[in-house]
Design a binder for this molecule. Sequence first.
Ligand SMILES: Cc1cc2nc3c(=O)[nH]c(=O)nc-3n(C[C@H](O)[C@H](O)[C@H](O)COP(=O)(O)OP(=O)(O)OC[C@H]3O[C@@H](n4cnc5c(N)ncnc54)[C@H](O)[C@@H]3O)c2cc1C
Length: 261
Amino acid sequence: MPPQAPVRRRVASTVATVASVNQVTPRMTRIRLCGDSLAGLAAVPGQTIKIYVPDLVSGCPASRDYTVRDYRGSGSSGPSLDIDFVLHGDGPAANWARHAQPGEPLEFVGPSGRYRPDPHADWHVFAGDETALPAIQAYLEMLPAHACVAVYVEIADATEEQPMPGAATPVVRWLHRDGREPGTSTLLDDAVRAVQWPPGHGHIWLAGHTPTVRRIRAHLLNERGIDRRALYVKGFWDRQHPVGNPTGGAPRGVKTVGGAR
Ligand SMILES: Cc1cc2nc3c(=O)[nH]c(=O)nc-3n(C[C@H](O)[C@H](O)[C@H](O)COP(=O)(O)OP(=O)(O)OC[C@H]3O[C@@H](n4cnc5c(N)ncnc54)[C@H](O)[C@@H]3O)c2cc1C
């Protein structure tokens, strides 16, 4: 029998409608999607969806990964799903979010992702830049009040600080770039390098600018001797090589840079 060509499965997508657009901070917009298509999605905040937005340069839809910030499968106003977009500059997804209006459609695939904070960990560290903040906030909401948590978030400046949700009372350190471009500072590296790990079995979650989180991962594994099972690391974007696929085909550049589970 001749070898068979691999079968390409079409992944079912969901089309929802923009219900509202709210400015969370000067550079973060929350878009709430609604529609009956969201019912029964079984989404969990912190999971990832791949959205499809128009790319004016290529003329084709661009696919980009975003975090489910919140999901309500039912309720008086019907099912809804929230996404927090960083308005970082020029990119199809950021541009779409900047101009989105209630009533517009948004197509996405997913959600996917099984990460949950380790319920058996004695302590948790979450570190990332503003693109990681929606996921960090979602994971904080999963932790009990007695959880020992530290959070490090690199943001543009003090106007980007947000309240941390959940029952736990994390130690939060905001790292302000104060004029430096995203992806050019060592603020997050320096902060994580300075952490004195508490005793016991901890868990570290790290996401954001891909080269930065790779550097930190190497430091944690090679210089600090952190057990890779205690580490979840994911690159979310890169300055030179945008994460996602402008042609809307197979995703490229989304890198789980190690320790993921
Ligand atoms: C699993 C996962 C979850 C994510 N969740 C979120 C989320 O909830 N919210 C969110 O805002 N982002 C999130 N991101 C990051 C987001 O997918 C990227 O920032 C994406 O590149 C934005 O697409 P774009 O079309 O706006 O820009 P692109 O077309 O991808 O890039 C255009 C230009 O902008 C630069 N760029 C891209 N992102 C940034 C940035 N954040 N800051 C500065 N410059 C940038 C690129 O290097 C490129 O030069 C997530 C990424 C992953 C992998």
